[in-house]
Every structure is written in structure tokens, then in C-alpha cells.
Design a protein around this ligand. Structure first.
Ligand code: GAR
Length: 199
């Protein structure tokens, strides 16, 4: 494998539609990267199904398997380092990344969040909860944000954002679908620009 091909791990908790979008963009745009590991806190999920179809390694790892948060962090970090993972892409990963991993991968972990950060971020703001909060606040627009991950939830440097309108009559579910469609364009674009050193 060429030296300039970055080794990526994608962390997912569910369907993995962003994971698929990233995978296809890397292949179709010939980006200098390869997803070599799909990691999840759930033993079965749509993301794992896709990873297996592609012959990619999957890893189920959950804090519940360990006696302490430190043990969990050490185990996850060890697994990433054993595989020479260089960058981590969070794609619908609904858990906090252990501090040990965040420290070891400073400025090398990207996340996609389904709102326009810094609004509607932080603890408890994930998935459908975000869209409920956006509608309850009467916002006229929402969107998605790709950002670097640091130890503060959803507070790392923003790399790229994309907006969508909140329409009259939107439900959390209809808004979620519109935002998700825009995520599938935004995350690959952000990855491409990030790998090129443009963000
Ligand atoms: C996406 O909307 C993503 O932005 C969100 O979960 C969904 C995962 O969908 N992530 C968060 O809320 C993280 N705070 P997917 O599994 O189909 O990619």
C-alpha cells in the first residue's frame, strides 16, 4: 500500500448511511484513504452489515465490557494503534470517545453532527433529539456540521457546514431526513478537503 494512503477507522452506532457515503466517496473520487476498520458500541448494526459486505474488519467494543472507563479507553486505543489507524471518522457514533483516544488522536478525529453547531450540540443532543429541539425552538434553518473532536462534547473546531430549510409542517422525522441527505454530501466533501490539507 502506498505511504500516502491514510488508514481510517469509522465509528458507528446504527444504520451507517454516512459510513456508506464516505466509503463510496473514497472509492469513486479515489481519495488517498482506506477505511480499514468499522467499530461500534453495538454488536449488530447496519454499519456492520455493510462493512462485512465489503470484507472490512468490524469491532464491537462497549464500555460495559470493562471494569472502568480507563480500562475501556486503553483497550480501544490499543486496538486502534495495533492496526496503525491514523484518523477516526465518527459517523452516527452515539457514545463519547474515551479521553485516552481523544488525547492520542488530537486533530485526527472528525465527527458529523446533525445541526448547525454551536447551536443544538452538547450532552443529550444526538439523533432525533437534535431535530426535536430545532423544531421546538422555531428555527427557520438547520443543517449539518463536520468538526474536529476534542474532550468537550461537540465543541471542537468546525470544518464545514451545510444548511437546509426548516419547512412549515416539518416533523423531527422529515427534518432528520432532509438533514441526513445533506450529510451524505457534506461529510465526503469535508473528508476530501481535510485530507488535502484545505480545512
Ligand atoms: C446522523 O444524522 C448523524 O449526524 C447523527 O446520527 C445520524 C446517524 O445516521 N449523529 C449524531 O447525532 C451524533 N451526535 P447514519 O447511521 O445513517 O449515518
Amino acid at each position: 500500500m502506498a505511504d500516502n494512503i491514510k488508514r481510517l477507522a469509522v465509528f458507528c452506532s446504527g444504520t451507517g448511511s454516512n459510513f456508506r457515503a464516505l466509503f463510496h466517496a473514497i472509492r469513486d473520487r479515489e481519495l488517498p484513504a482506506e477505511i480499514v476498520l468499522c467499530l461500534s458500541n453495538r454488536s449488530e448494526c447496519g454499519a456492520f452489515d455493510f462493512a462485512r459486505e465489503q470484507g472490512m474488519e468490524t469491532m464491537f467494543i462497549s464500555e460495559k465490557q470493562f471494569g472502568s472507563p480507563d480500562d475501556f479507553g486503553r483497550a480501544m486505543l490499543g486496538a486502534l494503534q495495533e492496526r496503525n489507524i491514523e484518523y477516526i471518522l465518527l459517523a452516527g457514533y452515539m457514545r463519547k470517545v474515551p479521553d485516552a483516544v481523544i488525547e492520542a488522536y488530537t486533530d485526527r478525529i472528525l465527527n458529523i453532527h446533525p445541526a448547525l453547531l454551536p447551536k443544538f450540540g452538547g450532552a443529550g443532543m444526538y439523533g432525533i433529539h437534535v431535530h426535536k429541539a430545532v423544531i421546538a425552538a422555531g428555527e427557520s434553518e438547520s443543517g449539518a456540521t463536520v468538526h474536529l473532536v476534542n474532550e468537550e462534547y461537540d465543541k471542537g473546531r468546525i470544518l464545514l457546514q451545510s444548511k437546509v430549510a426548516v419547512l412549515p409542517g416539518d416533523t423531527p422525522e422529515t427534518l432528520a431526513e432532509r438533514v441526513l441527505n445533506c450529510e451524505h454530501i457534506l461529510y465526503p466533501d469535508a473528508l476530501e478537503q481535510f485530507l488535502a490539507g484545505k480545512l
